[in-house]
Write a new protein. Structure first.
Length: 480
């Protein structure tokens, strides 16, 4: 997971936790405040209702009306409040306001809390379960008429009304918090994007440096900690470029200086081998043969150094010659066949019947595949096989070289193209090589836009080399 994603997740998680905590706290406060406001409104409403139904209560107390008339007087208020009203009488003899109706609607023996509170002059709202088991809110108020207390009016309302108001407020609160969280997440994402811009630039620059773009530098580093790392990166890149340029110059100059003495030694060795005085000296001729072989090996290494130096400096002259790759492979196989037969190795070629042309310097093409075939033959034991197959697909020539050789351990595969690297030197001590061949092959293929991949199941399980070379090469530029 990227740093940006982790930062976003952490920040959004913290914001979400903070907003959830704020929502719970604010919701609890809103719920408590809403309940207090609602209860105060009920107390005010019941007082007004008591005033409104006072005339009807007087007529009912005088037995001038019946229960039906009292219910009709209550109906508009009950509909408005969504609850139920009930009129109680205290049982105290009140002149002109006592009758059969009052006797039938006396206060219960155990007075409810809201009734007791009204009698004491401090009205309250009480919540309790009704006979049907559902919770209700109860409050009460005194009914006055002509300065007399006619009775007590009780109001009961289901708590669902209050719960509905609370749910509405919670919906508004949660919607607002979600909106704020989304806005905060967008803001955090924008800030993280700006903060990580320099880090991404540093990452891209490091990747380009790893690919060999030694001249690349980070432009305009920021003034923060990441900017300090960018400045250090630029300094490191400059030092690496200077070191590699010095190495390339040294290799190029050394290779050039070695050519003349090697050529002189080779000429002198050939002259000595033709001298009549040494014709019968077998030991001397053996020594001369060994010297000549070492001269050839050193000459090959010098040529490799020279080629690598030109590749590193982007001064390799890419060829424009049109080469039939099928015919070339057949010819190269015939050249390598004696080496294969000397070890009893079967060297086979599987190629298309039709000609396939590519634009390349023939010397570069020969160097690539001669090196690969030579490696396959060197590391394949007697009686083994090397197969070279050619397939053309989507304007790409795919070469696959498969051998039944000693194979390669998995830990060595990533380093095969490193210069002077040889896998398992102890096991391959008797196999000649400088460790430059595959480096040169990979560099030439990169110059022509191709690639190479080497795979092996493991030691003593053979090796497969896959080379991709474009059939339709782009316009090649020749640099002096």
């Amino acid at each position: 997971m990227s740093i940006r994603a982790r930062l976003l997740l952490v920040n959004i998680g913290l914001l979400a936790l903070a907003f959830v905590g704020m929502s719970l706290f604010a919701g609890a406060q809103i719920t408590a405040g809403l309940r207090v406001d609602y209860e105060q409104r009920l107390i005010s409403e019941i007082s007004l209702i008591a005033q409104g139904i006072a005339p009807a209560a007087v007529r009912f107390a005088r037995d001038e009306t019946d229960d039906q008339a009292l219910a009709e007087a209550f109906a508009p208020y009950e509909a408005q409040m969504g609850g139920s009203l009930r009129l109680y009488f205290t049982g105290l003899p009140v002149e002109r306001y006592s009758g059969n109706n009052t006797a039938r609607n006396l206060l219960p023996r155990i007075e409810p809390p809201e009734i007791e509170a009204v009698i004491t002059g401090i009205p309250i709202v009480n919540q309790r379960a009704a006979d049907d088991g559902r919770p209700y809110l109860y409050t009460a108020a005194s009914v006055f008429y002509d300065g007399y207390t006619i009775g007590l009016l009780q109001l009961s309302i289901p708590t669902s009304a209050l719960q509905g108001l609370i749910v509405q407020r919670w919906i508004v609160l949660v919607s607002g918090m979600i909106t704020l969280t989304v806005c905060a997440a967008v803001l955090v994402g924008w800030i993280a994007h700006r903060m990580l811009r320099s880090l991404r630039q540093l990452q891209e620059s490091a990747a380009r440096l790893a690919k060999g773009e030694l001249k690349h530098r980070i432009a305009s580093p920021s003034s923060d900690e990441i900017g300090a790392v960018a400045h250090a990166f630029n300094s490191m890149a400059e030092r690496i470029q200077s070191m590699l340029e010095a190495q390339q110059t040294f290799a190029s100059n050394t290779s050039h200086e070695f050519r003349t003495p090697l050529t002189t030694i080779q000429l002198r060795t050939e002259a000595l081998k033709r001298a009549p005085a040494l014709a019968q000296d077998l030991a001397a001729r053996q020594y001369l043969d060994e010297i000549e072989a070492e001269i050839a090996r050193l000459t090959s290494m010098v040529q490799g150094f020279t080629l690598l130096a030109r590749l590193d400096a982007d001064r390799l002259e890419l060829g424009r010659d049109e080469v039939d790759i099928v015919r070339f492979a057949s010819a190269l196989r015939l050249q390598m066949l004696p080496q294969a037969e000397a070890k009893g190795i079967t060297l086979s070629l599987i190629a298309p019947d039709e000609a396939i042309h590519i634009h390349v310097n023939l010397a570069h093409l020969t160097l690539v595949f001669r090196n690969l075939l030579d490696n396959a033959l060197k590391y394949t034991p007697k009686g083994g096989s090397v197969r070279w197959s050619l397939v053309c697909a989507d304007h790409v020539m795919i070469h696959t070289l498969t051998d039944t050789g000693i194979g390669i351990a998995p830990e060595h595969l990533p380093h095969l193209f490193d210069r002077f690297y040889r896998a398992d030197r102890a096991r391959l001590r008797d196999v000649p090589g400088s460790g430059l061949g595959l480096s040169i092959v990979a560099a030439i293929l990169r110059a022509y836009g191709g690639d190479i991949h080497i795979d092996s199941p493991g030691v003593n399980q053979g090796t497969t080399v896959t080379v991709r070379w474009r059939v339709q090469s782009p316009q090649l530029s020749v640099q002096p």
